[in-house]
Every structure is written in structure tokens, then in C-alpha cells.
Design a protein around this ligand. Structure first.
Ligand code: NAD
Length: 495
């Protein structure tokens, strides 16, 4: 585990400007354009990153295609690819402290969470897919006598990966490691407010033996670099994590370019349903508070709605507020901090606007709703709880992606299900109850890609994560994720 003196040492390091990595070489944009990187910890400039566009994306896709076609990676035995992926895992783990601190300076996640969730899970993900390489079989179809139907799994070719600012290493690794394990080449476009740790991770991949051109990264804005990647005629699959609004655009870009397959892992408005028979109400309240307020709510699966059976509603709200009040919000590089900064000033202002709107829509503001620690220059909002949130309000219907909890009481299981399923999303959910039959019923009735029972979050790499409804159409994690990055091919043989 990282200690405070190590963090304090690492936070003093100067941060080099971020450059594109194309064909194994780092370099600036052709026109020299850059974007300033502001640390959300104190609102001060941290460094800058290259701002790429069509030219850099064209170069990166060409490098990825050349690497794919000449077989320097795609042509290796799966076990040989697996060995490189495992070396990458070791190298990420060896540099985990520095990667974690660099990422926190860029996006503000508290280090107590980031050390495990970022380099920790990225290393675990490369190891998992590395171990999977060479352990899968093709298929022989049950065809008529005299015929043989073989089903092969083939890599798709060039995979474009676009990721958000929250958990860039974890989410980046989920896509990159699975795509590489399947034999593809990759072009990555990180979020403009969280590129630095991913750039270092791509360098580490090369140092660990990944051949040049197999993994390329172009930094820059979504509108320039991201759109150029999503519109590119020579990208076979686009794997995206981010907002539904951008997801919609990516589907349009695919329709207007080469009909590439587009996988979307989008946002959520995930309900946490607490029944009066919950075994340990105080523990459930602590989990509910952590499920929305850790990382200041910038978690796709955050439990941003809390549905409480009416008989315990008032008491449970007080318990959640007590746990939220006990959380330490502030400097994300202090190990004692429970929730760090909002990733950018733009996002902080969007969250505050959503809080104003919730008040106007009639929800009861019980705590938070305002910027805190403004004297630091950083972007912080305290845990915010609205009670009696109207079902049709934006507070309940729209993802805020901040430390904002919408509470609603319910009377019956049917009403809880109706409220819980009453948004366009379907990413995650939770049910707290001691009744095992009800727990299983709720798992099947709640519309969500993951339903937690008597807990929230923490699912490991072995289980898939993907949205139902407008929370997306693909899955990261588990062997199922490999399907996104492969084509099926049939060999039909007359014997
Ligand atoms: P965002 O959609 O604004 O940006 C995501 C990425 O898309 C960034 O790299 C951005 O530069 C790029 N982008 C923006 N416009 C683009 C365009 N026109 N063309 C191509 N690329 C473009 O998302 P964000 O604000 O960075 O992240 C927060 C969102 O991500 C939330 O909605 C959150 O729920 C979601 N998220 C989902 C999951 C999941 O697994 N389902 C995980 C984490 C985050």
C-alpha cells in the first residue's frame, strides 16, 4: 500500500507535456497545437498535451493497420501475446504508485481509491487477458454427415478506443487488453482532462515488449481527434465509454462512414433499493453513502438514486447523512481523503446547475449543493442529498455525474420496481434485504447490467459490465468482452 510520504514525494515531480504515440514514437501535432492541462486539485496549470486532429488520427490508423497486416502482433501465437500482456501487467504494477499519483493530479480522484482502482485494476486486467490467451477453443458445428463446419474467431483488425476522464487506466485497460489479446491493433483517444496516466501506460506497454504500431495514442479534443477516429474509414470497431450524448454521435459517424461496429458503455442513474428488513441498516447506509459520494460521484455505476421503504425512510436518510458528513472531502492526494475533486471546472459548474434545478423542481435539499474549499482554487462539491425527489424531475431522470443523491420513499415492492426502472438508463442497481426470495426476484425485475445484493460496487474483472436500456450495448470485462474485438468466420467443408 502506498504511504503518505511517497505520495508527497511523487506529487512534487514536474509533469512533462503529453505527446501522441504513433508507431512507437512520441511527437507533437503536425501544426504544434496543444491543450492546457489544469489540475482540479488547485485549479493551477499542470502541463499541456498535444491536440491532435485528422492528420494524427490518419497516421495512427495507418500505423495500426500496417502492424495488423504484417502480423507482428496479430500473427503471433496467442500464448506469445499472452506473455507480453503479462509483462505489461508486471510493469504497470512496478510503477503503480507513480501512475496513480500522476492520474490523481490530472483528474482529482482520491488516492485511496485511485491506487487500487487505477493501476491496480489496469495491471489485473492485463494479467487476466494475458492468462486467457491460448486457453480458448474454436468450434465444430453439429452438421450433417459428409460436411464439416468449423467456426473460427478472428481479430477484427483496427480497434478505436475512446475513454472518459474517470478511471482512465481501468477503463482503458478493459478495452485495450481485451482488444490486444484478441490480436488486434489499437488507436486510443483519451479524455482531454485525463490523458497523462494513459500516455505513460502506453509507454510502459512498449517498454514491456509490445511491438511498435500495435497500440497508438492520439490526444486532443473529442470534437477533433475523437470524431476523426470515429469517422475513420479504416477503423473496424469503435469501443467507447462516456456519455450518451457522445454515444449517439458515434453511431451517426459510423452510419455516415464505414458502418464500423460501435460498442457503447454509457452513463447511468442507478437505483439503490433499501427494504425495511435490511439486515444491518447502518452498514447499508454507509454503503449507500460510499456508493454515490466516493470519487465525488464521478463513477458510471454510482448509486445516484436511493429508494427507501417508507417505514425506515426518515431514519435511513439521517443515517446516510451522518455517514456523508463524516466523509473527508478535499485534497485527493491526502490518504485520509474519502472524496477528491471534480475533474474540471466545467463539470463542477454543470453539477451546481443541476442542484439549482433540483431545488426549482421541488426536491428537498437536505445537505450540500454548493462548492466547498474554493480558497484552494480546486473544484470541490460536498456530498449533496435531495429528499422526496419528484420522479419526473431531471434530478431523477438525468445523470449528473457528481456527488448528488436523489432519495425517494416507496411503499411496496412493485412501486420500488416501477420507480427504479422508470428512467431511460439501466447500468447498475442494488437491493438491500434479508429476504433471499425477494433478493432474487429483484435481481430479475430490476433493469440493469449489474444488480448488487446487500452491497454496492466492487465486482471484479471476471464478471461482465455493460448497460441495458440507454446505458449502452456492449460489455467490458470477463471473457465476453473479447467478442467485441473478434469476427466469427465459418469454414464449410465438403468431406
Ligand atoms: P464524454 O462523453 O463527454 O467524453 C468521453 C470521451 O469522448 C472523451 O474522450 C471525449 O473527448 C470524447 N468525445 C467527446 N465528444 C466526441 C465526439 N464528438 N466524437 C468523438 N469523441 C468525442 O464523457 P465524460 O464526461 O468524459 O465521462 C463521463 C461519462 O462517462 C458519464 O456519462 C459516465 O456515466 C460515463 N461512463 C460510463 C462507464 C460505463 O462503463 N458504462 C464508465 C465510466 C464513465
Amino acid at each position: 500500500m502506498i504511504d503518505q510520504s511517497r505520495i508527497d514525494d511523487l506529487r512534487q515531480r514536474s509533469v512533462a507535456a503529453g505527446l501522441h504515440i504513433i508507431g512507437g514514437a512520441s511527437g507533437p501535432s503536425a501544426d504544434g497545437a496543444t491543450l492546457a492541462v489544469v489540475s482540479p486539485i488547485d485549479g493551477q496549470p499542470l502541463t499541456e498535451i498535444a491536440a491532435g486532429g485528422q492528420t494524427e488520427i490518419d497516421r495512427a490508423v495507418a500505423a495500426a493497420r500496417a502492424a495488423f497486416e504484417d502480423g507482428r502482433w496479430s500473427g503471433l501465437a496467442a500464448t506469445a501475446r499472452g506473455r507480453v500482456l503479462q509483462k505489461i501487467a508486471d510493469a504497470i504494477e512496478a510503477e503503480a504508485d507513480a501512475l496513480a499519483v500522476l492520474g490523481v493530479r490530472d483528474n482529482g480522484t482520491e488516492i485511496s481509491m485511485a491506487r487500487k482502482a487505477e493501476p491496480g485494476s489496469a495491471a489485473g486486467t492485463f494479467r487476466y487477458y494475458g492468462e486467457l490467451c491460448g486457453k480458448e477453443y474454436g468450434e465444430i458445428a453439429p452438421t450433417a454427415p459428409g460436411t464439416l463446419g468449423l467456426v473460427h474467431h478472428e481479430p477484427v483488425g483496427v480497434v478505436g478506443v475512446i475513454v472518459p476522464w474517470n478511471f482512465p487506466l481501468m477503463i482503458g485497460a478493459w478495452k485495450i487488453a481485451a482488444a490486444l489479446a484478441a490480436g488486434n491493433s489499437v488507436v486510443l483517444k483519451p479524455a482531454e482532462v485525463a490523458s497523462l496516466s494513459l500516455l505513460r501506460m502506453v509507454e510502459i506497454c512498449h517498454e514491456a515488449g509490445l511491438p511498435d504500431g500495435v497500440l497508438n495514442v492520439v490526444t486532443g479534443t473529442g470534437e477533433a481527434a475523437g470524431a476523426a477516429l470515429a469517422r475513420h474509414m479504416d477503423v473496424d470497431v469503435l469501443a467507447f465509454t462516456g456519455s450518451g450524448g457522445v454515444g449517439r454521435k458515434l453511431l451517426e459517424y459510423a452510419a455516415h462512414s464505414n458502418l464500423k461496429r460501435v460498442y457503447l458503455e454509457l452513463g447511468g442513474k442507478s437505483p439503490n433499493v433499501v427494504f425495511a428488513d435490511t439486515p444491518d441498516l447502518d452498514r447499508a447506509a454507509a454503503v449507500a453513502a460510499g456508493g454515490i459520494f466516493r470519487n465525488s460521484g464521478q463513477v458510471c455505476v454510482a448509486g445516484s438514486r436511493l429508494l427507501i421503504e417508507r417505514s425506515i425512510h426518515a431514519e435511513f436518510v439521517l443515517r446516510v447523512m451522518a455517514h456523508a458528513s463524516a466523509m473527508r472531502i478535499g485534497d485527493p492526494l491526502d490518504l485520509r481523503t474519502n472524496a477528491g475533486a471534480i475533474a474540471s471546472e466545467v463539470q463542477m459548474n454543470a453539477i451546481l446547475a443541476a442542484c439549482d434545478r433540483a431545488v426549482a423542481d421541488g426536491a428537498d435539499l437536505r445537505m450540500g449543493g454548493a462548492r466547498i474549499a474554493a480558497e484552494t482554487g480546486g473544484f470541490y462539491i460536498g456530498p449533496t442529498l435531495f429528499d422526496n425527489a419528484p420522479q419526473n424531475s431531471a434530478l431523477v431522470q438525468s445523470e449528473i455525474f457528481g456527488p448528488v443523491l436523489a432519495v425517494q420513499p416507496f411503499d411496496t415492492e412493485d412501486e420500488a420496481v416501477a420507480l427504479a426502472n422508470g428512467t431511460s438508463y439501466g447500468l447498475a442497481a442494488a437491493v438491500f434485504t434479508r429476504d433471499i426470495s425477494r433478493a432474487h426476484r429483484m435481481v430479475s425485475r430490476l433493469r440493469a447490467g449489474v444488480v448488487h445484493v446487500n452491497t454496492y460496487g466492487g465486482a471484479d474483472i471476471s464478471v461482465p459490465l455493460g448497460g441495458h436500456g440507454q446505458s449502452g450495448n456492449g460489455h467490458d470485462k470477463s471473457p465476453h468482452a473479447m467478442d467485441k474485438y473478434r469476427n466469427l468466420k465459418t469454414a464449410w467443408i465438403q468431406l
